[in-house]
Design a binder for this molecule. Structure first.
Ligand SMILES: [Zn+2]
Length: 114
């Protein structure tokens, strides 16, 4: 799903952090040497198994944390809907939107950056 025709900015293939557009050479795949290393280690670890080399393998604690954050995201969207229905000050609604965007950016990073 594309949001209003916006292009998804390039992101690190490991942690999901947004990458700065590279001005020359081929586009970067990872945000850091440590992410490149993690990806390399996982490729080796899953070699010879049916697990895709780029599978997102999460510690159960992290998966639970993500589910909690998705719930927060939903609550935040519901708060905005309520604020609009109740004709709240547009500046307050803008603030709620900023919080929603921050939450979403946080959730986009599936793996914790090290
Ligand atoms: Zn990264």
């Amino acid at each position: 799903m594309k949001a209003q025709g916006k292009l998804k900015p390039p992101a690190c293939s490991w942690c999901g952090r947004e990458l700065e557009a590279s001005t020359r050479g081929r586009p970067k795949k990872y945000c850091s040497q440590s992410c490149r290393q993690r990806a390399y280690e996982q490729r080796n670890n899953v070699k010879g198994t049916s697990i895709p080399h780029n599978a997102v393998i999460l510690h159960p604690d992290r998966a639970e944390e993500l589910i909690d954050k998705l719930f927060e995201l939903r609550c935040s969207a519901e708060d905005i809907a309520t604020a609009v229905e109740e004709h709240e000050d547009p500046r307050d609604i803008r603030q709620l939107c900023n919080e929603l965007v921050d939450l979403a950016k946080n959730v986009e990073q599936l793996r914790i950056r090290e």
